[in-house]
Design a protein around this ligand. Structure first.
Ligand code: FES
Ligand code: FES
Length: 174
């Protein structure tokens, strides 16, 4: 005897308040919408990249309340009232973030697809203040995969930005 499976009612969109790159937004999202899809599809902020969509490549890394997370693994509705910073929000007007300058100066990208996630992750790493050696930087950046293999230059760029931060804490004079 066959049975008809119970019907699941379609979920109503949920209202979510997010501050993204210093701008307040009210969004109406299906409860399963990832932060990455909310940013890219609903806000048009396509700087954060979708690589694996499974938490394995780091291309989608953004900052939530200053801490780096994988936006593909995070439901947007869980971030009600939180502050999100994407690669689009790191620069200050026409002034690039020191990490962005360092990535350019150190030639730290090839195809560039991983770069927004690398830079956001590096910003989070620097804010954490736990990495002092090259090995510690490599370990704490290990969630960000670069298939082009630009790792030596990425490391050099992060070291450059860290040295600049040591001379002048980021945010000062910017
Ligand atoms: S797209 Fe999120 S970790 Fe790969
Ligand atoms: S620069 Fe191509 S994947 Fe990183």
């Amino acid at each position: 005897m066959s049975q008809t499976p119970p019907q699941t009612p379609a979920a109503e969109p949920m209202e979510v308040w997010l501050t993204v790159n210093r701008v307040d937004y009210t969004l109406h999202l299906a409860p399963w919408t990832s932060l990455l899809d909310a940013l890219r599809l609903h806000l048009g902020l396509t700087g954060s990249k979708k690589g694996c969509d499974h938490g394995q490549c780091g291309a989608c890394t953004v900052l939530v309340d200053g801490r780096r997370i994988n936006a593909c693994l995070t439901l947007a509705v869980m971030l009600d009232g939180r502050e999100v910073t994407t690669i689009e929000g790191l620069a200050s007007g026409d002034t690039l973030h020191p990490l962005q300058e360092a990535f350019i100066e150190q030639d730290a990208f090839q195809c560039g697809y991983c770069t927004p996630g690398q830079i956001c992750s590096a910003a989070g790493l620097m804010a954490e203040g736990r990495a002092t050696t090259d090995d510690e930087i490599r370990e704490l950046m290990s969630g960000n995969i670069c298939r082009c293999g630009a790792y030596p230059n990425i490391l050099a760029a992060i070291r450059q930005a860290m040295a600049q931060q040591a001379r002048q804490p980021m945010g000062e004079g910017r």
